[in-house]
Design a protein around this ligand. Structure first.
Ligand code: TPP
Length: 390
């Protein structure tokens, strides 16, 4: 069997994109600049497509050239610097974090949207309310503006658009100050590991260079309220939403990152129900000497499914495992240096998240977090409350 290094795939498959017509690229660049010039409340949304096919490197320079508020979507997280003063949250219709993102989108008169991917959990289960006429839809193989479809590729257009914006008066003179996204945090009064507290708390745990893989379930929804620092890569999939994806994806992504010299820290955030499907990926991680930090949301079963159907249904209960002991079982050769923690209170978790050993991970570690089966991120509760009221 022939083995190919990851770099070959990156160069030959993902980058492979037939060139677009140069006149189309010029026309689309001119049209975008003039629409932005006329707009009073323009915004940028960074969607899932922008995280793929090597457009990512253009995103932060675009934000700096635009100087307008920007949002990401759940699938678009992990390529833009969410500590930027222009960052205003994650847009997912009624499931947006912050709530103010909804008004920002509805009041925008020009939306520059990179790689829009309108799947169910990426759109707050289809609760987006958009004025389509305001959208400049930049996709991998084309750009749609109003009724016009341009034969222009996003990864060819962005390198032309950025200097055009930077050199254009008055766009380059913008000084609009955006409200800062503020995350004041105190421990929950209940001292339980509450979902809303957890996702905000993880913001200060993450570092530039982290590879964050999030699983379908409350983790995928909740992580939208965690702000990723510059250079923190995020992966999740809300296209088919097949659970069990994240542990395997974490192994693949980390092995590829290691091979390309980009590996720093792997953070896997997963519900325990999903983890039970593909936990054997842990042995792959240790085999390739990846030292992940795994956060297992142990909420006694399928919480997101309880919201969909069967609040107390038996099929949403799953057998209890000792998640803190998993690496001991999967990596006996690395043991006893592997670490496992079982945390039941917010205070314990808060302390652990500042602990040097957990932060500067040199051995595989798993944090078993005991959580309430009916607790969910606020964004998810809002979407389901709306759906149930229909
Ligand atoms: C292969 C597959 N089986 C079933 C489902 C339906 N499903 C979606 S989310 C979910 C539960 C996820 O539970 P868990 O990982 O424990 O996360 P939680 O929501 O409890 O945090 C299930 C069963 C699915 N999406 N994919």
């Amino acid at each position: 069997m022939q083995r190919y290094p990851v770099s070959i795939l990156v160069q030959n498959s993902l980058d492979a994109c037939p060139p677009s017509a140069p006149e189309s690229e010029a026309a689309v660049t001119t049209e975008i600049v003039s629409r932005l010039e006329l707009a009073k409340s323009p915004i940028l949304i960074v969607g899932g497509g922008a995280a793929r096919a090597n457009w990512a490197e253009h995103v932060d320079p675009l934000i700096q050239a635009l100087k307008i508020p920007f949002l990401v979507t759940g699938l678009g997280k992990g390529i833009a610097d969410e500590m930027s003063p222009y960052y205003q949250g994650c847009y997912a219709g009624e499931g947006s974090w912050l709530r103010s993102a909804i008004g920002l989108v509805q009041e925008a008169d020009c939306i520059l949207w990179l790689g829009n991917y309108p799947s169910d959990f990426n759109t707050g289960i289809f609760t987006e309310k958009l004025d389509r006429c305001t959208i400049i839809d930049l996709q991998r193989f084309f750009v749609n503006i109003g009724a016009t479809k341009y034969d222009a590729r996003i990864n060819h257009v962005l390198p032309k658009l950025i200097p055009a914006l930077s050199s254009h008066y008055p766009l380059a003179q913008r000084t609009k100050q955006n409200p800062q996204v503020d995350q004041q945090l105190s421990l929950p009064a209940s001292n339980k590991i509450e979902q809303d507290w957890l996702w905000s708390r993880l913001t200060s745990y993450l570092r530039p260079g982290d590879l964050v893989i999030t699983e379908t379930g409350t983790a995928q929804v909740g992580i939208t309220a965690t702000r990723f620092p510059s250079g923190c890569h995020g992966w999740t999939q809300s296209v088919y939403g097949s659970i069990g994806y994240a542990a395997g994806a974490a192994a693949g992504a980390a092995i590829a990152a290691k091979e390309t010299g980009k590996y720093k820290r792997l953070v896997l955030v997963t519900g325990e129900g999903s983890l039970q499907l593909t936990v054997q990926a842990f042995s792959m991680l240790t085999r390739y000497r990846i030292v992940p930090v795994v956060f297992a949301l142990n909420n006694y079963g399928y919480t997101i499914e309880r919201y969909f159907r069967g609040w107390d249904a038996k099929y949403n209960d799953i057998p209890m495992w000792d998640y803190a002991a998993l690496f001991k079982a999967f990596a006996p050769d690395v043991e006893p240096r592997v670490k496992g923690y079982k945390v039941t209170t917010a205070e314990e978790l808060d302390e652990l998240l500042s602990d040097g050993e957990l932060c500067d991970s040199v051995v595989p570690q798993c944090v078993d977090m005991i959580m309430d089966p009916k607790d969910a991120p606020e964004t998810m509760r809002t979407v389901f409350e709306g759906k149930n009221a229909m």
